[in-house]
Design a protein around this ligand. Structure first.
Ligand code: B3K
Ligand code: ZN
Length: 863
């Protein structure tokens, strides 16, 4: 069925040791001349040369300068085959490509008069004939020629070498990348851009010139991203000892971009939404997102570029590791506790759902048909959790030694997960063979804890059992090696010292390796209250039969802030899913704890805000065997109304008390204040049909955070001023596509059945631009991922609406279409008629999709 298997890996029969490329750039027709220095693998002496290529018009082909007769090569759908070459040689090819016709945004494409590339995973073959796989790593020389008026800026990988005039209004620039680099990291940008720039001394004493480029009118909004690059560069030197390795580092913003950003060597290309920011157009969350994505792409320079991947099955080796690194970057610069809460929220809502649904796959999948379908939460977020567990098991100091060894040993190489684990095993002396199972086994492990107290002897026993449920293709699972922190408290919330060796405030720790473990503690005066998994050090679902009052106590006394938050999430989940025998006591305990938090001025307001947010729909849906959509949405709404009613005075008081702090700029205290304030506003607006407070905040807002926060309340709570506010907002930002995406996302995520009509209305306007991935996501991603009420409309209208648009979108940008299709990943667990409705919709898509991306997704969803 066209699947590629990890077990079939073979070293390339031919390597490219140096690539010298010349581009005659033009949006309509670009000519690419490639001189490739080829070397056969001595162990595969007679293997023919096979080059990948797609949508290329071949103009000329030579070996060592001599034209290749037409019977010496063969072109088919898979590529270009040349037989009978004897030994190292230089292949020169000339091809024509059509950037303007490239709607897939893979390879070289046009966007708003400029030219960009996106090559990961297999886009380079759409630029020229090449051995397009990550273990082929030439050095590069890239010359760009273009008309100066339309393309005054010519950027490529590596260091600038030479630039000049060619007469006739044309000019050129040559770049050199001295580091062995696979083709997926190739990049070219040409267009009329401005930039903000700075110079920084590297830790090795050399200087690097940093620049962030964008369309001229957007340049003032590049400052923050530039600062983020500076912070990332410093942080990687300090925390990981990683020094930058070129004279320049360029970042360019593109409005048409399929993913978030791309870590091309020395020339990162970004979705504009992760670059452009000022207070009038970006929310606090946007700023944080920009800093973390800038960090992420920058950190890839070592984890991904200097040490790259042997094959695409190893994708998490760079992505999981780099997410871990960007999470640590944000944690070191901002609140570690809040960052952890945000990351776990995402993990539980989306990765756990992926791991429990039709698309579940191991962090290192054994096979794929289209690798672009595997840029998933499992590869990224679960992959990062695995690295985090390793960090917990080894400790910061030994982890750093292992990382240093990994980088040193694999620099300039294409590595595997085994190389990564081997470096850590060797540096720490630990056996990581069982730990490696985390990469092979899909599904979220369940850890169940039961306890027993023998009052006579003061003996407390914990029985800990782990099991991982079956996932598609993996019915039986083996036990995993994982770190589990825990702590014991007495009835007054005092921490009991049960293991004096590890009293660092993080809880004591054990390592689980077997299916069952038993822990015994002696000499305890009374039954203790246990707490587990501080900092969420293992990505598992942990079950322990807490009473509501125990959770209330933990929410106050746990030393670990993550676990204080988690105690409230457990309490809320139990109330929402009616898990507690004494429902009244549970509700009362939750309301009391939240009331204390609203009033607590000693607490970080951002932390309090996180506690006031209930588990979202996806998290709840993932926690139940069968998804009763109406029951989950109804329960959530009722509880939010109850919280608002019970605490209306407190919420109102805190909302006003935070006004002064919230009026500040980008300092953490102001951001934190705005976060809590907007959560208070949302709860208060539930009780006020006139939405006076939200209207007032909208009218007076001086930051996008406050303006959008208020608009969201008006739109989502159906306030009378909703349409006028939307119109005012849309008018004010009509020329800004990123801000337009924001109000469109609000409309598409409005928890009301009419959101489906609003989306249909949008389809009929100029605002619907199916070639722009951000806009498609703002409309259809918001509907399918952020609006369970409308998406799961009982008659199936939401499913139909998404499905209807997929054939057209699939013909434009398969990656975007395939990702939207993943919105159906949990359909098999839907209760009632909904499951049948999705089934019918998926069946109706049969034969109407054409890309390998969407076909693979559809097959896996229906398998
Ligand atoms: N490596 C890119 C993602 C490329 C996706 C290709 N389908 C961004 C990142 O993870 O840093
Ligand atoms: Zn990445």
């Amino acid at each position: 069925d066209g699947s590629i298997h990890l077990s079939d890996y073979r070293a390339p029969a031919w390597r490219i040791v140096h690539a010298d490329l010349e581009f005659d750039l033009d949006a309509g027709a670009t000519e690419v001349t490639a001189h490739l220095r080829l070397q056969p693998d001595p162990e595969q002496p007679d293997a023919p040369l096979r080059l990948d290529g797609e949508d290329l018009q071949l103009l000329d082909l030579r070996i060592d300068g001599a034209p290749l007769p037409s019977d010496a090569y063969r072109v088919d759908a898979a590529g270009l085959h040349i037989e009978g070459l004897d030994g190292a040689c230089t292949l020169t090819s000339r091809v024509r490509i059509r950037p303007i016709a490239n709607m897939r945004l893979e390879g070289l494409y046009a966007s708003r008069g400029a030219l960009f590339t996106q090559c990961e995973a297999e886009g380079f073959r759409r630029i020229t004939w090449f051995v397009d796989r990550p273990d082929v790593m030439p050095t590069w020389r890239i010359t760009l020629r273009a008309e100066r008026a339309q393309y005054p800026v010519l950027l490529a990988n590596g260091n600038p070498v030479e630039a000049g005039d060619l007469g006739d209004g044309r000019h050129f620039a040559t770049w050199h990348n001295p580091h062995p680099t696979p083709a997926y990291l190739f990049a070219v940008v040409a267009g009329d851009f401005g930039c903000v720039e700075s110079r920084l001394a590297r830790a090795d004493g050399r200087e690097v010139a940093l620049a962030v480029w964008a369309a001229h009118e957007d340049v003032p909004r590049c400052r923050y991203a530039l600062g983020a690059v500076e912070r990332a560069l410093r942080w990687d030197e300090e925390r990981f000892g990683r020094v930058y390795d070129l004279d320049v580092f360029n970042v360019v913003a593109a409005q048409d971009f399929t993913m978030g950003a791309m870590e091309n060597k020395g020339l990162n290309i970004f979705n504009a939404r992760y670059v452009l920011a000022d207070e009038d157009t970006a929310t606090d969350a946007d700023y944080m997102g920009i800093e973390s994505v800038v960090g992420h792409e920058y950190f890839h320079n070592w984890s991904g570029n200097r040490v790259t991947l042997r094959d695409w099955f190893q994708l998490s080796l760079k992505e999981g590791l780099t997410v871990f690194r960007d999470q640590e970057f944000t944690s070191d610069l901002h609140s570690r506790a809040v960052k952890r809460i945000e990351d776990v929220r995402l993990l539980r809502a989306r990765q756990f759902a992926e791991d429990a649904g039709s698309l579940a796959h191991p962090v290192r999948p054994p096979s794929y048909r289209e690798i672009n379908n595997f840029y998933t939460l499992t590869i990224y977020e679960k992959g990062a959790e695995i690295v985090r567990m390793l960090h917990t098991l080894l400790g910061e100091a030994r982890f750093r030694v292992g990382m240093d060894l990994y980088f040193a040993r694999n620099d300039g190489r294409a590595a595997t997960v085994e190389d990564f684990l081997a470096a850590h095993a060797e540096a720490s002396g630990r056996d990581l063979s069982q730990f490696a199972r985390w990469y092979a086994q899909a599904g979220t492990p369940h850890v169940e804890v039961k306890d027993d107290f023998d009052a006579d002897g003061g003996t407390y026993t914990l029985e800990i059992a782990q099991r991982t449920p079956p996932t598609p293709g993996q019915p039986d699972k083996a036990p995993l090696h994982l770190p589990l922190r825990f702590a014991l408290y007495d009835a007054e919330g005092r921490r009991l010292k049960v293991d004096p060796r590890a009293d660092d405030g993080s809880g004591d720790r054990i390592e689980l390796t077997a299916a069952r473990h038993r822990l015994r503690f002696h000499g305890l005066p009374s039954r203790p209250l246990p707490a587990f998994n501080q900092g969420f050090c293992a990505p598992v679902k942990l079950a322990y039969d807490y009473t509501p009052s125990q959770l209330g106590l933990l929410a106050r006394c746990e030393r670990d802030p993550f676990n204080r938050w988690d105690a409230l999430q457990r309490l809320a989940t139990g109330v929402l899913l009616e898990h507690f025998t004494d429902a009244a006591a549970a509700g009362a305990a939750l309301l009391a704890a939240l009331g204390d938090l609203i009033d607590d001025e000693g607490q970080d307001p951002a932390f309090a805000a996180e506690c006031l947010l209930l588990p979202d729909f996806d998290t709840l849906a993932e926690a139940v065997p069968s998804i009763d959509v109406d029951a989950l949405i109804g329960a959530r709404n009722d509880l939010l109304d109850r919280i608002a009613l019970e605490h209306v005075e407190r919420l109102d008081r805190r909302y006003h008390a935070l006004a002064a702090a919230a009026a500040g700029g980008l300092e953490p205290a102001a951001m934190s204040a705005r976060r809590l304030r907007n959560v208070c506003l949302d709860l208060l607006t539930r009780l006020d049909p006139g939405a006076a407070l939200a209207q007032a905040q909208f009218d007076a807002a001086r930051s996008m955070t406050d303006r959008l926060g208020a608009l969201r309340c008006l739109v989502h709570h159906d306030a009378p001023g909703r349409q006028a506010a939307l119109d005012a907002f849309a008018g004010r930002y009509a020329t800004d596509p990123l801000v337009t995406d924001k109000w469109i996302a609000l409309v598409a995520s409005r928890p009301h059945p009419d959101a489906l009509l609003d989306v249909r209305d949008l389809f009929a306007t100029q605002l619907w631009t199916p070639t722009n991935p951000n806009r498609v996501r703002a409309v259809l991603g918001s509907l399918s991922r952020m609006n369970p009420l409308a998406f799961h409309a009982p008659g199936g209208e939401g499913y139909a609406l998404l499905a209807e648009s997929l054939p057209e979108l699939d013909g434009i940008n398969p990656q975007v279409a395939a990702r939207l299709l993943a919105g159906f990943e949990s359909w098999r667990r839907l209760a009632g008629a909904r499951r049948n409705r999705v089934e019918a919709v998926l069946q109706g898509l049969e034969g109407r999709l054409s890309s390998p991306d969407s076909l693979e997704m559809l097959a896996r969803l229906r398998a």
